[in-house]
Design a protein around this ligand. Structure first.
Ligand code: ADP
Length: 571
């Protein structure tokens, strides 16, 4: 006999016994109440006695057991004493009244639809017509319990379609689960409230901090317009507006950096020269230090392997933020020193690198030190001292260090200075390094193809660059640029400055097409992207399209000149 047959046989046998008892005038319902005495049967009634014993045995099992029709009525045929106990009924009569004698009346109305749907879904999918459901029931005293229901569907030509069910009270287990769920929910709610709070603080800070330079831009531009008759005065106002514009740009960049960092994928593995990178950063920041008469030094003597693999953009930003702060928060005539050091080589060509940025600046008090890496943390004295900033630089630095799997520490004393130390484990490049194919044009005067769809931008950039002595040709989209390069003779263009988002053909596509030109003197023309797309993914795309440098708009002329200088050598 296979499993379903055995089941059918079992249930048919029970129903047969029940019928036998009923036909002999025995009130089966009263069996579960325990009010029928076995002794009342004589020896002649042997069959009946056996039936009675078997059915009574069903009352001894610890859990609930019941049978109901699987047709539309879902009437309950039989329930053992365990079921009565779960429902807190003393008699079968009470149970039938409480449930309306049907499975539908037994399940809590709010759970019924889901339970029925689940039972039929499982039965249809199950080889042995089994199902498992959990639902609430209401006991006779009105209290709610959770039960587990192991159901079996039996199709019997003899008795019709029925379900027989083993029922267990799982309330204690459930309430524990519910308590756990409640705790998790409360925790999630608290977290989301904190996130909302953080977002609100962020928005109010950012809108306040952005309005400040924006007001200055508006104010100084109006003043400049009113003073056009006095060029010195107008220039002064425009310079002030320019400073405020830079400040606003820095803020937007920082906010963008922070949001991209929190959503960014893992760090990149660029080949880079650590010492060279930090040297370049120091060169870049030197004028700022010189303006304040700060003695600025860089020590790379303890680096044995400068060529490493690391996320260049992130590492640059991290070091830049620290040096920038050191200069910002150091008074005129102070000292800022940057020290790189390398620990012993670890297995698999890794080594521990330390980057320490020390200054003799204003220092940070102990209390502020505790939350210095939190967003928008600004020491009061730095705000009062008129130093602008929004308090994201160190948050970004910390996020980068976390992303790179390192640590950042700070030691500081008010009035004496601060030292920020970053420790990172980085992989050393193998000794043989293939030189990069950076083609450099050699010219006496540099010819630039300027590609931008915006006429005003083209006009401003052309004028600024021509004043710097460059010879400018322009194109209004990527397609025109490509055609011009294709038709050009070698040497006609030493450099291309490429906007990215343009109609007809964008700057990325145009650059890829230029890189694919058969004539190497044309396909190797250096390209600088100058674009409003400042996201990391855009920079990556530029890299993939063979663009040498990706600068963001608005154009920072000294930075652009610096890059041109690196890419184009003059005779
Ligand atoms: P921001 O400089 O834009 O305010 P940061 O996150 O870079 O934001 O720095 C947060 C605060 O930490 C600064 O406002 C300043 O009070 C303090 N701080 C950071 N670096 C230094 C430093 N080298 N010396 C003194 N204070 C510093």
């Amino acid at each position: 006999m296979n499993e379903p047959e055995r089941e059918r046989h079992f249930i048919e046998r029970i129903l047969e016994l029940l019928r036998l008892l009923e036909d002999s005038g025995i009130d089966v319902d009263r069996l579960a109440d325990g009010s029928v005495s076995h002794e009342s049967f004589t020896a002649q009634q042997h069959d009946l006695r056996t039936a009675l014993d078997i059915i009574s045995f069903m009352d001894e099992i610890p859990g609930g057991f019941f049978i109901y029709y699987a047709n539309g009525s879902e009437d309950i045929i039989y329930a053992n004493r365990g079921v009565l106990r779960i429902f807190q009924c003393e008699t079968m009569q009470q149970f039938r009244e409480l449930t309306g004698n049907s499975f539908r009346g037994l399940v809590h109305p709010e759970d019924l639809d889901a339970v029925e749907e689940s039972i039929w879904r499982q039965i249809t999918a199950s080889q042995y017509d089994l199902d498992y459901v959990e639902y609430r029931i209401r006991r006779r005293d009105g209290s709610i319990r959770f039960v587990e229901d192991y159901g079996h569907f039996v199709h019997s030509p003899a008795v019709g379609d029925v379900f027989y069910v083993f029922l267990g009270d799982a309330t204690d287990e459930r309430s524990q689960q519910q308590m756990e769920q409640k705790r998790l929910l409360a925790e999630a709610l608290e977290k989301s409230n904190l996130a909302i709070q953080a977002k609100n603080t962020f928005l109010s800070n950012i809108s306040h901090d952005m309005r400040t330079p924006l007001n200055a831009i508006f104010g100084y531009t109006s003043l400049a317009k009113l003073n056009l008759h006095d060029p010195d005065c107008a220039r002064h106002y425009l310079e002030q507006a320019e400073i405020a514009s830079h400040e606003l740009l820095d803020m937007i960049t920082q906010v963008l950096d922070m949001s991209t960092l929190s959503s960014a994928a893992g760090p990149a593995e660029d080949e880079l020269d650590l010492c060279r990178m930090v040297e370049e950063l120091c060169d870049f920041l030197l004028p700022q230090a010189q303006e304040k008469d700060i003695l600025f030094s860089l020590d790379t003597s303890r680096i044995r392997h400068s060529r490493i693999y690391a996320d260049q953009a992130k590492l640059r930003q991290l070091v830049l933020n620290l040096i920038n702060n050191a200069i910002t928060y150091t008074n005129d005539g102070g000292r800022v020193s940057v020290t790189l050091s390398e620990g012993d080589e670890l297995p698999s060509s890794y080594a521990i690198y330390r980057i320490a940025v020390s200054d003799t600046g204003i220092g940070i008090n102990e209390k502020s030190l505790e939350s210095i890496f939190e967003p928008f943390t600004r020491e009061k004295n730095s705000t009062l001292s008129g130093i602008h900033g929004i308090g994201l630089g160190l948050t970004i630095a910390k996020q980068i260090v976390d992303m790179l799997g390192g640590t950042i520490d700070v030691k500081s004393r008010v009035g004496e200075g601060s030292t920020f130390t970053v420790t990172l484990r980085m992989r050393i490049q193998p000794a043989t390094i293939i030189p990069r194919d950076d083609t450099v044009a050699v010219k006496s005067s540099c010819r630039i193809l300027l590609v931008d769809d915006n006429e005003i931008n083209r006009e401003i950039e052309t004028e600024l660059l021509e004043r710097m002595g460059f010879i400018i040709d322009s194109a209004e989209n990527g397609q025109v640029a490509l055609d011009k390069v294709r038709r050009s003779a070698p040497g006609d263009y030493d450099l291309i400055i490429m906007d990215l988002q343009m109609p007809v053909m964008d700057g990325w596509r145009s650059s890829s097409e230029i890189r694919a030109l058969p004539d190497p003197t044309l396909s190797h023309i250096p390209i600088i992207a100058l674009s409003a797309n400042a996201m990391v993914s855009d920079r990556r795309k530029s890299q993939q399209c063979g663009i040498n440098v990706h600068l963001s708009k608005p154009m920072d002329l000294p930075q652009l000149l610096d890059e041109i200088d690196k890419l184009v050598k003059y005779r």
